[in-house]
Design a protein around this ligand. Structure first.
Ligand SMILES: *Cc1c(COP(=O)(O)O)cnc(C)c1O
Length: 381
């Protein structure tokens, strides 16, 4: 077993055995010649399996410490494949703070097909016990959560769910395996939007599912092929390339986020900084235990409400106003009006004075200077 950094660079495979190529070939062929009827060399048709995608799947599975990995065309396609394991009448219990598109998928696609969908605060076992719907077959954890950066204790919730025969899924998009390995903490499945830190360069949309459970793996692999939401070879290549620098990027994301969080906390226009590295953050102790770094995401609640939040988002120069996160460049956004607008008016609505920052890997002092000039223009009313 190599160290994580070595696995990031080398993944699960060495150079191509045929050509010696040190990066996976982008294998565009949609079909593969067979030696005899039904006798092929591992690949038959690219929806079912493609060499470039297979390299990526081995690579990310290795990073998550998983026996099985499945790449998808988007994070939501990966989540959809996982939710399809449940049957009508089953229920899923989700974090009450999660990616807005996850709620939309569960409530507007799976619930009409018979899935029970409940959300609750997964940071408190007593609250979970009280909320536990009958027929819960799956608990859906996001940690840190998007966009409030709450921390869920993966080990404790997994133990609780397993006593009640429910599978545990962790959306590991924010932490990545560089900072957190949910399977080692007891989770059954990990999902990713590889659009974010795994890809890391804002140039590809993708998703991933990893598991150590043979039965679960067989089911997810079946849905991947049967429903067909697979990434193409170019996309698979890009995510794979991103993974090779994941360890270095995450280190700098964490360092820069710490500097930015400290600066924001000291500014009078900012009411609260939400960042799990803060010793006063309610999830700090759990984060310090289950993560090896606090990540690159920082959210703030502004004095001056929605107008101040909007104004901050529109006054930065280096921080680009855009959805998404997890890439080399810093981004800023208003979750209530952008990424999470699909949950407005629901119980999972986010506060309108909230701004979310994806802190990139630029110079920390340039990032701080940019935020300072932007905050100084904000009316705190
Ligand atoms: C972006 C995101 C998703 C959805 O992934 P897509 O690649 O956009 O489909 C799911 N979970 C989290 C935490 C995300 O940030």
């Amino acid at each position: 077993m190599n160290e994580f950094e070595t696995d990031c660079v080398h993944g699960a495979g060495g150079p191509d055995p045929l050509t010696g190529a040190v990066v996976p070939n982008i294998s565009l062929s949609s079909t593969f010649a067979q030696d005899a009827v039904g006798k092929h060399s591992g690949f038959e048709y690219s929806r079912s399996g493609n060499p470039t995608r297979a390299s990526l799947e081995r690579h990310v599975a290795a990073l998550e410490g998983a026996d099985f990995g499945f790449a998808f065309s988007s994070g939501l396609a990966a989540e959809d494949a996982v939710l399809r394991m449940l049957a009508p009448g089953d229920a899923v219990l989700m974090s009450d703070d999660a990616y807005g598109g996850t709620f939309r998928l569960a409530r507007q696609v799976h619930a009409p097909a018979g899935l029970g969908v409940e959300t609750t605060d997964l940071t408190d076992l007593d609250v979970i016990a009280a909320a536990w719907p009958d027929d819960t077959r799956m608990v859906w954890i996001e940690t840190p959560t998007n966009p409030l950066l709450r921390i869920v204790d993966i080990e404790a919730v997994s133990a609780f769910a397993h006593e009640r025969d429910a599978l545990v899924v962790v959306d590991n998009t924010f932490a990545t395996p560089a900072l957190q390995r949910p399977l080692a903490l007891g989770a059954d499945l990990v999902v990713h939007s590889s659009t974010k830190y795994l890809g890391g360069h804002s140039d590809v949309v993708g998703g991933f599912v990893a598991t150590n459970d043979t039965e679960v793996g067989a089911r997810v692999g079946f849905v991947q092929n049967a429903a067909g939401a697979v990434p193409g070879p170019f996309d698979s290549y890009l995510v794979h390339r991103g993974c090779r620098t994941l360890h270095l990027r995450m280190e700098r994301h964490c360092e820069n986020a710490a500097v930015v969080a400290e600066m924001l906390a000291a500014h009078p226009a900012v009411a609260t900084v939400l960042w799990p590295g803060d010793p006063d953050h309610p999830g700090h102790a759990v984060a310090a235990r289950q993560m090896s770094g606090f990540g690159g995401m920082v959210s703030v609640r502004m004095n001056g409400g929605v107008d101040a939040a909007r104004s901050l988002c529109e006054s930065t120069q280096l921080f680009t106003l855009a959805e998404s996160l997890g890439a080399v460049e810093s981004l800023i956004e208003h979750p209530g009006l952008m990424t999470h607008s699909s949950v407005s008016g629901t119980a999972n609505e986010v506060p309108d004075d909230l701004v979310r920052l994806s802190v990139g890997i630029e110079s920390a002092s340039d990032l701080v200077a940019d935020l300072e000039q932007a905050l100084d223009t904000v009316e705190t009313g």
